[in-house]
Design a binder for this molecule. Sequence first.
Ligand code: 2NL
Length: 357
Amino acid sequence: MQELRDKYLSAVADVTDEAALEEIRLAALGKKGEISLKMRELGKMTPEERQTTGKALNVLRDEIDAALRAKKVALADAALDARLREEWLDVTLPGRPRRAGTIHPVSQVMDEVTAIFADMGFAVAEGPQIEDDWHNFDALNIAPEHPARQEHDTFFMHRDEGDTRPPHVLRTHTSPVQIRAMLEQGAPIRVIAPGRVYRMDMDQTHTPMFHQVEGLAIGKDISMANLKWVLEEFCKAFFEVDGVELRFRASHFPFTEPSAEVDIRCSWEGGSLKIGEGDDWMEILGSGMVHPKVLESAGIDPSEWQGFAFGIGIDRLAMLKYGIPDLRAFFESDLRWLKHYGFSALDLPTVAGGLSR
Ligand code: 2NL
């Protein structure tokens, strides 16, 4: 009896998995288990023997049963502990940063410019990026001899030999969109034409594709004064400065008469740009009164109607507003860039010596 007790209790103590534990239970307490067989032998015993042996067997059976149950719980606990250790994770760790996409600065500026002009009653007009040379040039009073019409400056679509159709080009401005709008809607009209334009130009400061917003307002008595007000309102809203000051410089475009390039007062101290103060002027757009010949081409009678048009390059505006907070630091010694964007008048410290960031 003592032997049986030691055998099973030490087996239970040594076992390390539930399957082996179940084998021990069957070997001891199962139908054909050692204890069960011993119980069956009680029938052959004398009543006295049966009483003492039976009692001892019951105690032994209960003791082994209790040990088995306790071990089962212990094994389950240990298994759970092991799993918790294995699958442990530190929920206090900071998350892995995810790169979030953003709207491209150029798209953002296009949207802003569009929204500002929408507030002043300008509708958005769209048109093809591949244009015929009539809409892109002739209708805009750009003569056949004009440099823009040379192979050198404009992307011309391929023509097979013997194909005598007039040339198609990648539009060099969004003006043809406004020509189409005038032909479709007539006067009065107030539209802007934002979009991609193409010129064969590629260097440090030019890309062959860039972005433009052109605007057009035609009415019975729309004047340069209206142009000035619209552009001032635009600049106040876009640069978020109340005290903007614009300077209209006489210029020339084939499609406007008179024509003006427009500069905005700014300061450029310590390499950071401030609009509306200072002694520098930065060119931001070209404009003028729509040439009578252009109105005529677009099916509008110039003896009855007149109006203004303007064109703004978007890429540099995007750079100024969102791209680079400190252009001088960013471009370090690139005077070509600074000159191109109108900061040549600045007294730059000896550039070769390097500028502090
Ligand atoms: C510039 C110059 C300009 C226009 C664009 C225009 C359009 C039509 C008729 C007349 Cl349909 N003019 N557009 C007028 C003046 C200047 O852009 O330097 N842009 C960046």
